[in-house]
Design a protein around this ligand. Structure first.
Ligand SMILES: [Zn+2]
Length: 140
């Protein structure tokens, strides 16, 4: 597995994403919800990988919930960057990264697929995330 690091602009919060997939094989999703569109966010995850979120400035970590309120969207309250999302489930924690927060920037990512998740209820949403998001090994 290789390590891919990401962080917000000021460096207060970040992540380490471990995956055996090369970036060109990542499934890149352009979620069409109004939050992700406003951030121009692109999501990636690997159910067989590992994800760890880091907050050096824990007080700067902002958790934002909206819609069905099933996950925390992680933003830096100093620089405003959205780095990824985290869900707590009965099967453990799972997360996605915002590929725009990767440092260094990955230029060989697959083209994003636009996706709408509007029709899901809370159960379907949590089940999909358990299945598709990356197991989280550490979170602030
Ligand atoms: Zn920041």
């Amino acid at each position: 597995m290789s390590d891919y690091k990401g962080r917000c602009h000021c460096g207060a919060i970040g992540f380490r994403f471990r995956t055996a997939l090369v970036p060109a094989e990542w499934a890149i999703r352009a979620c069409q919800c109004s939050f992700c569109r406003a951030h121009d966010a692109l999501s990636a995850s690997d159910p067989h990988g590992e994800l760890c979120f880091i907050a050096e400035g824990k007080e700067l970590l902002r958790r934002y919930r909206f819609g069905l309120r099933t996950a925390d969207f992680l933003l830096c309250s100093a620089c405003g960057v959205y780095i990824g999302a985290l869900i707590d489930t009965s099967s453990g924690q799972f997360g996605i990264i915002n590929t725009h927060a990767l440092q260094p920037q990955q230029t060989d990512l697959a083209p994003p697929s636009p996706i709408q998740y509007d029709s899901e209820d809370a159960t379907a949403r949590v089940d999909r995330r358990i299945e598709r998001w990356t197991p989280v090994t550490a979170s602030p």
